[in-house]
Design a protein around this ligand. Structure first.
Ligand code: URA
Length: 240
Protein backbone atom coordinates (compact mmCIF):
# COMPACT_ATOMS: atom_id res chain seq x y z
CA UNK A 1 0.00 0.00 0.00
CA UNK A 2 1.30 3.44 -0.91
CA UNK A 3 0.14 6.97 -0.39
CA UNK A 4 -2.01 8.26 -3.20
CA UNK A 5 0.15 11.34 -3.89
CA UNK A 6 3.23 9.11 -4.13
CA UNK A 7 1.55 6.76 -6.59
CA UNK A 8 0.49 9.70 -8.78
CA UNK A 9 3.94 11.29 -8.66
CA UNK A 10 5.78 8.05 -9.39
CA UNK A 11 3.60 7.48 -12.46
CA UNK A 12 5.46 10.48 -13.90
CA UNK A 13 2.33 12.63 -14.31
CA UNK A 14 3.52 15.40 -11.99
CA UNK A 15 5.46 16.18 -8.83
CA UNK A 16 4.29 14.99 -5.43
CA UNK A 17 3.36 18.56 -4.44
CA UNK A 18 1.24 18.99 -7.56
CA UNK A 19 -0.38 15.59 -6.86
CA UNK A 20 -1.35 16.81 -3.39
CA UNK A 21 -2.94 19.88 -4.94
CA UNK A 22 -4.90 17.72 -7.39
CA UNK A 23 -6.14 15.51 -4.55
CA UNK A 24 -7.16 18.54 -2.48
CA UNK A 25 -9.05 19.99 -5.44
CA UNK A 26 -11.09 16.82 -5.96
CA UNK A 27 -9.42 15.92 -9.27
CA UNK A 28 -8.41 12.41 -8.21
CA UNK A 29 -10.62 9.32 -8.17
CA UNK A 30 -9.84 5.91 -6.71
CA UNK A 31 -12.03 3.10 -8.08
CA UNK A 32 -14.45 5.69 -9.41
CA UNK A 33 -14.82 7.71 -6.18
CA UNK A 34 -13.30 11.15 -5.54
CA UNK A 35 -10.70 11.03 -2.77
CA UNK A 36 -9.58 14.24 -1.05
CA UNK A 37 -7.95 12.60 1.98
CA UNK A 38 -4.21 13.23 1.83
CA UNK A 39 -2.88 10.06 3.52
CA UNK A 40 -5.19 7.76 1.53
CA UNK A 41 -3.43 4.52 0.67
CA UNK A 42 -3.82 2.50 -2.49
CA UNK A 43 -2.40 -0.70 -3.88
CA UNK A 44 -1.66 -1.81 -7.43
CA UNK A 45 -5.21 -3.20 -7.84
CA UNK A 46 -6.88 0.19 -7.25
CA UNK A 47 -7.75 2.20 -10.35
CA UNK A 48 -6.46 5.75 -9.92
CA UNK A 49 -7.68 8.51 -12.24
CA UNK A 50 -6.39 12.06 -12.46
CA UNK A 51 -8.75 14.44 -14.24
CA UNK A 52 -10.58 11.42 -15.61
CA UNK A 53 -7.44 9.77 -17.03
CA UNK A 54 -6.28 6.47 -15.62
CA UNK A 55 -2.66 6.57 -14.49
CA UNK A 56 -0.27 3.73 -15.23
CA UNK A 57 2.93 3.05 -13.29
CA UNK A 58 5.91 4.67 -15.01
CA UNK A 59 8.31 2.24 -16.63
CA UNK A 60 11.41 1.99 -14.45
CA UNK A 61 14.83 2.84 -15.83
CA UNK A 62 18.27 2.21 -14.36
CA UNK A 63 21.44 3.85 -15.66
CA UNK A 64 25.13 3.53 -14.94
CA UNK A 65 26.95 6.82 -15.61
CA UNK A 66 30.67 7.52 -15.67
CA UNK A 67 30.44 10.95 -14.06
CA UNK A 68 32.98 13.48 -15.25
CA UNK A 69 34.33 16.32 -13.10
CA UNK A 70 32.42 19.59 -12.98
CA UNK A 71 28.90 18.12 -12.89
CA UNK A 72 26.56 18.18 -9.89
CA UNK A 73 24.85 15.04 -8.63
CA UNK A 74 21.34 16.51 -8.45
CA UNK A 75 18.32 16.76 -10.71
CA UNK A 76 18.49 20.52 -10.97
CA UNK A 77 21.05 23.03 -9.71
CA UNK A 78 20.12 26.46 -8.36
CA UNK A 79 23.41 27.86 -9.71
CA UNK A 80 22.60 26.60 -13.21
CA UNK A 81 25.50 24.13 -13.33
CA UNK A 82 25.30 21.02 -15.47
CA UNK A 83 23.76 18.06 -13.61
CA UNK A 84 24.22 14.31 -13.96
CA UNK A 85 20.63 14.08 -15.21
CA UNK A 86 21.50 16.48 -18.10
CA UNK A 87 23.98 13.85 -19.33
CA UNK A 88 21.29 11.19 -19.85
CA UNK A 89 18.75 11.23 -22.63
CA UNK A 90 15.40 10.11 -21.24
CA UNK A 91 11.88 11.44 -20.76
CA UNK A 92 11.64 9.70 -17.35
CA UNK A 93 12.12 11.64 -14.11
CA UNK A 94 15.36 9.97 -13.05
CA UNK A 95 17.64 11.02 -10.21
CA UNK A 96 21.01 9.89 -8.86
CA UNK A 97 21.25 7.14 -6.24
CA UNK A 98 23.40 8.93 -3.68
CA UNK A 99 25.88 11.49 -4.86
CA UNK A 100 29.40 12.13 -5.97
CA UNK A 101 30.99 15.53 -5.31
CA UNK A 102 31.30 18.12 -8.09
CA UNK A 103 34.98 17.24 -8.53
CA UNK A 104 34.62 13.45 -7.99
CA UNK A 105 34.49 11.22 -11.05
CA UNK A 106 33.29 7.70 -11.69
CA UNK A 107 30.42 5.33 -11.26
CA UNK A 108 27.02 6.75 -10.41
CA UNK A 109 23.66 4.99 -10.72
CA UNK A 110 20.49 6.83 -11.65
CA UNK A 111 16.90 5.63 -11.66
CA UNK A 112 13.24 6.62 -11.33
CA UNK A 113 12.65 3.65 -8.99
CA UNK A 114 12.42 5.17 -5.51
CA UNK A 115 12.13 1.89 -3.61
CA UNK A 116 15.21 0.53 -5.33
CA UNK A 117 17.18 3.75 -4.71
CA UNK A 118 16.32 3.77 -0.99
CA UNK A 119 17.23 0.13 -0.51
CA UNK A 120 20.44 0.53 -2.43
CA UNK A 121 21.63 3.47 -0.34
CA UNK A 122 20.98 1.81 3.02
CA UNK A 123 24.29 0.85 4.70
CA UNK A 124 22.70 -2.34 6.17
CA UNK A 125 22.96 -3.95 2.73
CA UNK A 126 26.73 -3.46 2.91
CA UNK A 127 27.09 -2.71 -0.76
CA UNK A 128 30.74 -2.16 -1.64
CA UNK A 129 31.65 1.27 -2.94
CA UNK A 130 35.19 1.22 -4.22
CA UNK A 131 37.03 4.54 -4.46
CA UNK A 132 40.52 5.37 -5.60
CA UNK A 133 41.97 8.51 -4.06
CA UNK A 134 45.04 10.40 -5.19
CA UNK A 135 46.39 11.71 -1.92
CA UNK A 136 49.03 14.34 -1.11
CA UNK A 137 51.97 12.77 0.69
CA UNK A 138 53.26 9.26 1.15
CA UNK A 139 50.64 7.08 2.75
CA UNK A 140 51.89 4.72 5.45
CA UNK A 141 50.53 2.08 7.83
CA UNK A 142 49.94 4.78 10.47
CA UNK A 143 47.33 6.27 8.11
CA UNK A 144 45.91 3.02 6.75
CA UNK A 145 45.24 1.31 10.10
CA UNK A 146 42.91 3.98 11.55
CA UNK A 147 41.09 4.20 8.21
CA UNK A 148 40.56 0.43 8.31
CA UNK A 149 39.24 0.55 11.88
CA UNK A 150 36.96 3.55 11.33
CA UNK A 151 37.57 7.23 12.10
CA UNK A 152 35.35 9.88 13.60
CA UNK A 153 33.90 12.34 11.10
CA UNK A 154 31.25 14.88 12.05
CA UNK A 155 30.95 13.20 15.47
CA UNK A 156 30.21 9.73 14.02
CA UNK A 157 32.56 6.79 13.74
CA UNK A 158 32.72 5.31 10.27
CA UNK A 159 32.45 1.54 9.85
CA UNK A 160 35.45 -0.59 9.12
CA UNK A 161 36.89 0.02 5.65
CA UNK A 162 39.13 -2.00 3.37
CA UNK A 163 42.15 0.10 2.50
CA UNK A 164 45.03 -0.67 0.17
CA UNK A 165 47.95 1.48 -0.98
CA UNK A 166 48.11 1.00 -4.76
CA UNK A 167 51.12 3.19 -5.46
CA UNK A 168 53.35 5.79 -3.86
CA UNK A 169 55.39 8.32 -5.83
CA UNK A 170 58.26 10.00 -4.01
CA UNK A 171 58.92 12.34 -6.95
CA UNK A 172 55.47 13.93 -6.90
CA UNK A 173 54.96 13.17 -3.18
CA UNK A 174 51.59 11.56 -3.84
CA UNK A 175 49.94 8.20 -3.23
CA UNK A 176 47.12 6.26 -4.85
CA UNK A 177 44.92 4.56 -2.27
CA UNK A 178 41.98 2.23 -2.74
CA UNK A 179 39.27 2.43 -0.09
CA UNK A 180 36.13 0.29 0.08
CA UNK A 181 33.23 1.55 2.21
CA UNK A 182 29.51 0.73 2.61
CA UNK A 183 28.22 4.02 3.94
CA UNK A 184 27.61 7.21 2.01
CA UNK A 185 28.00 10.21 4.30
CA UNK A 186 28.58 13.57 2.70
CA UNK A 187 32.19 13.89 1.50
CA UNK A 188 32.91 10.71 3.46
CA UNK A 189 36.13 9.62 1.76
CA UNK A 190 37.69 13.09 1.77
CA UNK A 191 36.76 13.54 5.44
CA UNK A 192 38.11 10.11 6.37
CA UNK A 193 41.47 10.96 4.84
CA UNK A 194 41.38 14.39 6.45
CA UNK A 195 40.81 12.67 9.83
CA UNK A 196 44.20 10.95 9.44
CA UNK A 197 45.91 14.13 8.24
CA UNK A 198 45.82 13.51 4.48
CA UNK A 199 44.46 15.66 1.68
CA UNK A 200 42.60 14.06 -1.24
CA UNK A 201 43.68 15.62 -4.53
CA UNK A 202 41.51 13.49 -6.82
CA UNK A 203 38.76 10.99 -6.19
CA UNK A 204 37.19 8.40 -8.45
CA UNK A 205 34.55 5.74 -7.72
CA UNK A 206 35.57 2.66 -9.66
CA UNK A 207 33.02 0.10 -8.56
CA UNK A 208 29.64 -0.23 -6.82
CA UNK A 209 28.70 -3.79 -5.82
CA UNK A 210 29.83 -5.82 -8.89
CA UNK A 211 29.27 -2.94 -11.35
CA UNK A 212 32.34 -1.36 -12.90
CA UNK A 213 33.03 1.36 -15.47
CA UNK A 214 34.20 -1.14 -18.08
CA UNK A 215 33.26 0.08 -21.57
CA UNK A 216 31.78 3.35 -20.30
CA UNK A 217 33.94 6.40 -21.08
CA UNK A 218 33.88 9.54 -18.95
CA UNK A 219 30.61 11.43 -19.48
CA UNK A 220 28.96 8.37 -21.08
CA UNK A 221 26.36 5.99 -19.68
CA UNK A 222 24.54 2.75 -20.31
CA UNK A 223 21.35 1.10 -19.08
CA UNK A 224 21.63 -1.72 -16.58
CA UNK A 225 20.42 -4.99 -18.06
CA UNK A 226 17.88 -7.38 -16.54
CA UNK A 227 20.57 -9.78 -15.34
CA UNK A 228 22.43 -7.01 -13.49
CA UNK A 229 19.20 -5.78 -11.91
CA UNK A 230 18.34 -9.24 -10.71
CA UNK A 231 21.83 -9.60 -9.26
CA UNK A 232 21.45 -6.26 -7.43
CA UNK A 233 18.08 -7.31 -6.01
CA UNK A 234 19.70 -10.60 -4.95
CA UNK A 235 22.35 -8.63 -3.03
CA UNK A 236 19.63 -6.64 -1.24
CA UNK A 237 17.32 -9.60 -0.57
CA UNK A 238 20.18 -11.73 0.67
CA UNK A 239 21.00 -9.18 3.40
CA UNK A 240 17.37 -8.54 4.53
N1 URA B 1 33.36 10.63 -0.63
C1 URA B 1 33.72 11.90 -0.92
O1 URA B 1 34.43 12.54 -0.17
N2 URA B 1 33.29 12.42 -2.08
C2 URA B 1 32.53 11.75 -2.97
O2 URA B 1 32.18 12.29 -4.01
C3 URA B 1 32.17 10.43 -2.65
C4 URA B 1 32.59 9.89 -1.47
Amino acid sequence: MERLQKVIASSGVCSRRKAEELIKNGKVKVDGKIVTEMGFKVNHKNVVEVDGIKIEPEEKEYYLLNKPRGVVSTVCDDKGRKTVVDLIETDKRIYPIGRLDYDTTGLLLLTNDGAFANAFMHPKYEIDKVYVAKVKGIVKAKHVIPLQNGVVIDGKKTSKAKVKIRKTDLKTNTSMVEIIIHEGYNHQVKKMFEAVGLEVLKLKRERVAFLTLKGVASGKYRKLNAKELKQLYDVINHKK
